[in-house]
Design a protein around this ligand. Structure first.
Ligand SMILES: Nc1ncnc2c1ncn2[C@@H]1O[C@H](COP(=O)(O)OP(=O)(O)OP(=O)(O)O)[C@@H](O)[C@H]1O
Ligand SMILES: [Mg+2]
Length: 368
């Protein structure tokens, strides 16, 4: 052998179909730096989602396409370029590629838990992530991430976010004197406070900003939606019927506001006892029902797990403290599916123009 032509390898590689966009890598322009040495191939492939299953599937397809040519080994350097939302001229977050709003319509379903663990799981995939606690009534992110302290300002104008586990964080809770102190914001005040709060934070370049919203209908969605293009909403629900009614309202509100629903997370889905038996304490199928109603994907189901609450109370989210626990794994999978879904959403919206180009792609700093 030893006479593999680079042209034949390039043709085969470019013909590989991307599993997210169902277009060929050649059409998408996502391959670069191809070199062939003997029967070994090296190349760079840019993806628009940091998810491992997508990476594995692309690799499988590449190997399958190149094997018949006599290629014995393909080494791929993976890069990720997370697609970016459109920013309006006075966008308060011009360097934030995606704004993800975690909401429900129902209180106590686990919005803050989901927001925190999703943000951290996205971070652990190597992307740049911020978490904004927009629950000005009852901020819980400082507790969940074990953070106290005052954010600083370098120039007296912009507030610098705090950092924990590689995440950039901002919460009104950081600005309160102690975490037991309750804030009462009335509607118009909330609106003003949030608008200011969001514009005054120096987030820097972020792939994803995850926003935790307060219980109730969409004050935050309404306020933020007026200011900028939100990539989309992650809707959180629990399985039981009583929760669903309120969550339907949340979905309807998003539809009215033209906010895309990226997916649904069903939290506290089931409980696995010490004998390994699964109990659906709150019934089954709620998450799927909401997803169907919203015409969105069910991103995943998170079991009821004492580790979630315990680690949350201790200030280390379960994806960080116990990534191999059932709930830790569920959150990690949900983050990957969400990242894929965001890529798909951009692709749909732009008619294919936002396919990941190799230029501007970053090598991931995977933290696992
Ligand atoms: N999957 C889970 N397993 C066990 N406990 C959970 C799970 N999800 C959330 N919890 C616990 O349930 C409680 C409520 O969760 P959380 O504060 O995230 O809900 P929320 O929707 O943000 O509430 P609020 O509407 O008050 O903002 C917390 O004590 C949390 O630790
Ligand atoms: Mg909350």
């Amino acid at each position: 052998m030893g006479d593999l032509s680079i042209e034949s390898v390039r043709a085969a590689l470019d013909a590989v179909v991307d599993p997210t966009f169902e277009r060929s890598l050649g059409e998408l322009g996502t391959t670069s730096d191809l070199s062939v040495e003997d029967t070994r191939v090296r190349c760079t492939i840019a993806l628009s989602s940091p998810s491992e299953p997508i990476r594995r599937e692309v690799k499988r397809r590449v190997d399958e396409a190149l094997a018949p040519l006599g290629v014995t080994l393909t080494e791929v350097e993976w890069k990720v370029r997370v697609p970016t939302r459109e920013t309006v001229s006075d966008d308060p977050l011009p360097s934030v590629r995606n704004v993800i709003l975690v909401m429900s319509g129902k209180g106590g379903v686990g919005k803050s838990t989901v927001a925190t663990n999703l943000a951290l799981a996205l971070r652990r995939l190597g992307t740049r992530v911020g978490l904004l606690d927009a629950d000005l009534y009852g901020p819980s992110i400082p507790t969940m991430l074990g953070i106290t302290g005052q954010p600083q300002s370098a120039d007296g104008k912009k507030i610098l976010p705090l950092q924990r586990f590689g995440l950039k964080l901002m919460s009104v809770g950081f600005l309160l004197e102690n975490d037991k102190q309750a804030v009462i914001w009335r509607g118009p005040m909330l609106h003003g406070a949030l608008q200011q709060f969001i514009g005054d934070v120096e987030w820097g370049e972020l792939d994803y900003l995850v926003i935790d919203s307060p219980p109730g209908t969409g004050d935050v969605a309404l306020t933020l939606g007026q200011k900028m293009r939100i990539t989309g909403v992650v809707m959180v629900t629990t399985p039981q019927e009583v929760a669903l009614q309120d969550v339907y309202k949340g979905v309807t509100l998003c539809q009215k506001l033209n906010l895309p629903i990226l997916g649904v997370v069903e939290n506290m889905s089931y409980f696995v006892d010490s004998a390994g038996v699964k109990h659906e304490i709150f019934g089954a199928g709620g998450g799927q029902k909401i997803a169907d109603y919203a015409k969105a994907t069910l991103l995943g189901q998170v079991p009821m797990d004492t580790a979630v609450r315990e680690w949350g109370d201790k200030g280390t989210p379960v994806v960080q403290a116990a990534p191999d626990s059932p709930s830790g794994e569920a959150f990690a999978k949900i983050a990957e599916t969400l990242a894929d879904q965001i890529a798909v959403e951009h692709f749909k919206r732009s008619g294919g123009e936002k396919a990941p180009k190799a230029e501007g792609a970053r090598r991931l700093k995977i933290l696992r």
